[in-house]
Write a protein that binds this ligand. Sequence first.
Ligand SMILES: [Zn+2]
Length: 193
Amino acid sequence: MSGPGDLWLAGLAHEPSPNADERPAGYCVDLLVIHNISLPPGEFGGGYIADLFHNRLDPGAHPYFAAIAGLNVSAHLLIRRDGDATQFVALDRRAWHAGPSNHCGRERCNDFSIGVELEGSDDTPFSETQYVRLADLTRQIQALFPAITPQRIVGHSDIAPGRKTDPGPHFDWGRFHTQLAQVEWKRRHIGDT
Ligand SMILES: [Zn+2]
């Protein structure tokens, strides 16, 4: 019998974050939120993002870290520059990624969304392999949560305008949706491999 906290995707690392809790009763997960993150900002690689999601970021390791080390944040998934992915929160649980937010009049988007972080910044193109991995993981998420239609995949900046800018101008939505459609076509015509 399944219960809350069971939805972990296969084929990627699982590092359960303490920054998660139960979704409010009766909520339908029907939104996917795409973010970017890099720690320190603009630098890629290393384990600082995972450290942040596990409340173990060393505030002395970089001047920027002192301001954020006390935050309790997380995302369901992180896709690094090389496409390597880690899941931090079970998909049926609530991750703490969106903050104050509003989607079509509904506030507190964490309640009903899944958050995916792309390692990146507002100033840098994302890698080819990140688009491929994002489309693959999105397809898996949509299979579990069919209410997440392509139209219900948004950026953090869409639900927190004026406060957040990610995933930023370099995230190519057209490319992502094309990639996602290709993954779906292959699934229908060739089958899951
Ligand atoms: Zn964000």
